[in-house]
Design a protein around this ligand. Sequence first.
Ligand code: PNS
Length: 188
Amino acid sequence: MRHSACVRGRLRDIVAIYPGSFDPVTNGHLDLIHRGAKLFDRLIVALARNLDKGEPLFPMEERVEMLEAMTAELQNVSVEIFDGLLVTYCIERGANVVLRGIRAVSDYEFELQMALMNRKMEPRVETIFMMPAEKYSYLSSRIVREIARLGGPLAGLVPEMVEQRVRRRVAQSELSAVTSESKPKGRA
Ligand code: PNS
């Protein structure tokens, strides 16, 4: 199609990084990845290691595995893990754009702070915000984890394969909590 070729032409040679914790990947993340893949030449979905966010539901490697499975059909999308500052990683990977999703006004303050701080540290990298489909505007990994722990429905929030893994993980962590509670306590 002539129109879409023209639009893509303007964004040629743009490598974008879509960073996050993806614990777990949701349909909202996947919506944004599909939008980004249409716009940029290359999109690297980058999982940040060592975030100060407490105990994750999934180890990094399993999050990568799920993201890779969910993006396998997108030729210009890859999945990586990064350590340290996002902007340093962008320069190392030759990326000129950070892609972030904005769902509601409540996201804006934190995202603005992060984008401006990243720009101050590295003016060569621009942050581009995109909105996921409206039906995902209330969706987050944190809400998915909470609903799963309380036994609520996850259909439509995450892909089926992710739902099965989330259920398994939650069951495992509940089992290990019960087992550790029933173990005799050692002397303090
Ligand atoms: O999915 P999240 O948890 O909202 O993603 C946050 C993330 C990973 C994008 C952010 O914490 C980040 O960029 N971490 C890397 C460390 C860094 O560069 N921190 C300075 C940000 S101004």
